[in-house]
Design a protein around this ligand. Structure first.
Ligand code: NCD
Ligand code: ZN
Length: 367
């Protein structure tokens, strides 16, 4: 019999569902991979920059609306969904207090201005350090989800041997953030470097980090060899030393800090006229990819101790941190090849990451 083991349903605590038909299709894929819910990022078009539909300005989507759209698309299958507020020049401490009091605001997302897909509405981190927004979040227990990359860098500093945008952010910005707002709950999203992992490891327990499957599996060489643009996501995959640090952090038996957040990001067109859209799609297949990554990191998933480490990362740490209901339903992973298919959205197609990579998946969800 193939190796198999059973897990509770889990929460994907960093994902992108977008809007319209893509929302419907991607939520279905998350249900298919047994998500009990998700933290759905607010870089939609338009961005989720306000609390309630009746709030101003009109050109933002509201948490109220997006949350309801996602729950409706899940057809009652999602237990809970968190929609963070997109931090913009219009975000005020009053909004944070009002949202927290109403129970609608659980998290806010910091995007480095123009630093990734849909990040053009972001304002520099200092804005919120100075205008009272982070203080209001600390006072009300609202979590700050941080896309931790320094923005506006020259190419030589953006990605080089000695430094890159994430390292600079974790060396220069994060220490000030954590020191200046000691009560602020923070999640370092989609960590990619040893510097970021080490930083999160050494912070108090209300500061955590999440890790994607692609950053556990690949390095920059996988992206560059053949220019595999399906692996182009931000922050970029890094060096094997960084990947080793991520693997060690995620698979440690004592892990209390690092949890699953796929950053699954649907793009119907990756290649553009003279560039590439950032984001990897891993809907439907993320637990399978994480399982494969854990094996690559040396975890024996045929063994109960290995399975417990995996469950801790996929199902427990994030769920407890966000105080989400513990799912009762279960699913089984079995060691058999997964049949990955492109996702059809209307007459367009989203290619899941492994198809863009000539990669054989070794785990599947037991039918
Ligand atoms: C994400 C997307 O496409 O929305 N892209 C990505 O490369 N990860 C945005 C993000 O999380 O940075
Ligand atoms: Zn993301």
């Amino acid at each position: 019999m193939a190796t198999e083991f059973t897990l509770p349903h889990w929460y994907d605590l960093h994902t992108h569902f977008r809007q319209d038909e893509t929302l419907q299709a991607t939520v279905k894929d998350h249900i298919h991979m047994n998500c009990a819910g998700a933290l759905a990022m607010p870089n939609t078009a338009p961005p989720v920059g306000k609390l309630f539909e009746a709030d101003k300005p009109e050109n933002y989507k509201s948490i109220e609306q997006y949350h309801a759209e996602i729950l409706a698309a899940s057809d009652g299958r999602f237990k809970e969904v968190i929609v963070p507020l997109y931090l913009t020049k219009d975000t005020s401490p009053d909004m944070i207090e009002k949202g927290a009091r109403a129970g609608i605001l659980k998290a806010c997302k910091y995007y480095p201005p123009h630093g990734t897909t849909g990040a053009e509405s972001g304002a520099p981190l200092d804005t919120y350090m100075e205008n009272g927004v982070f203080q209001a979040m600390a006072d009300t227990g609202v979590t700050l989800c941080v896309h931790g990359e320094e923005h506006g860098l020259d190419p030589e500093r953006y990605f080089d041997r000695g430094e890159n945008a994430e390292m600079i952010f974790y060396q220069e910005r994060m220490p000030r953030l954590v020191d200046n707002f000691p009560g602020l709950r923070i999640v370092g999203e989609h960590l990619t470097t040893k510097v970021a992992v080490d930083f999160i490891q050494d912070t108090p327990s209300h500061v955590k980090g999440n890790i994607t499957p692609q950053h556990l599996i690949y390095t920059i060489g996988h992206l560059l060899k053949g220019l595999k643009y399906h692996l182009y996501c931000l922050p970029l995959v890094k060096y094997s030393e960084d990947r080793a640090a991520l693997r060690k952090a995620a698979t440690s038996p004592n892990n209390t800090k690092f949890f699953a957040g796929t950053d699954s990001a649907p793009h119907v067109q990756k290649m553009t006229a003279c560039g590439c859209a950032a984001g990897c799609y891993t809907g439907r297949i993320a637990p399978q990819l994480y399982a494969q990554a854990f094996e690559m990191a040396g975890v024996d998933l045929s063994d109960q101790a290995g399975q417990a480490i995996f469950k801790n990362f996929l199902c427990t740490i994030g769920q407890e941190f966000y105080d989400l209901p513990e799912p009762e339903e279960t699913f089984t992973l079995e060691k058999k090849p997964e049949n990955v298919q492109p996702l059809k959205v209307g007459d367009q197609t989203i290619i899941p990451l492994p198809l863009g990579m000539d990669f054989d998946m070794t785990w599947r969800i037991k039918p």
